[in-house]
Design a protein around this ligand. Structure first.
Ligand SMILES: [Zn+2]
Length: 195
């Protein structure tokens, strides 16, 4: 029997294990002023297993912390990142970085990685990860946007959706919502399950 194991590391950083082929999402393994995990790491950077690949939804420090992640020893690990931000990973030595836009596909060994739309304070993508008959949706920090309505046509069977729902708002900008709240996330679940 094939298995799917998902381990929360911290914030949007999650390890998705497709029976030995593992994808790390949005690596964030350090803290600085104003940015605290508020939880212990599910897995520390030193204890990460060998990765089949890394996906990055957008360029914010708490999702794409290459200063810390440069300690990861395999510099050829495939990385998929939002178009326009590969340089940050290349600068610290990662050599196999692919920039993606929505609906583009790449592969981490047996894992099919398809970018999906996303919207946040900066350009963002989300990801559909597929292997061994499992489909996992990684929602990064996206807001609930109309472009996500296209997901169920392209991916009718999603087994797990990982969605941010802290409802972050930036108050000086007139309460502009930056991340979905729980109600938005429930609505997105309804959309992608075409209920
Ligand atoms: Zn962000």
């Amino acid at each position: 029997m094939t298995t799917l194991t998902i381990t929360r590391i911290a914030h949007s950083s999650v390890l998705i294990d497709f029976a030995g082929y593992r994808v790390l999402t949005d690596p964030w393994f350090s803290e600085k002023f104003g940015y605290y995990h508020g939880e212990p790491y599910g897995i520390t950077l030193e204890n990460l297993p060998h990765l089949a690949g890394v996906v990055v939804s957008h360029g914010h420090y708490d999702h794409y912390d290459m200063q810390a992640f440069q300690a990861y020893p395999d510099k050829q690990v495939p990385m998929a990142v939002k178009r326009g931000i590969a340089q940050t990973a290349r600068k610290v030595g990662f050599s196999n970085v692919t920039e993606m836009d929505a609906w583009e596909t790449t592969h981490f060994g047996p894992i099919t990685v398809t970018a999906a739309p996303g919207k946040h304070g900066v350009p963002e993508i989300t990801y559909m990860l597929q292997a061994n008959g499992f489909t996992v949706y990684f929602g990064g920090d996206t807001l609930l946007i109309p472009e996500l309505n296209e997901i169920p046509q392209r991916f009718p069977e999603i087994d797990v959706a990982l969605l941010a729902l802290n409802g972050l708002q930036i108050r000086p900008l007139g309460n502009l919502k930056q991340v979905m709240d729980a109600q938005d996330a429930a609505e997105l679940c309804r959309i992608i399950q075409h209920l």
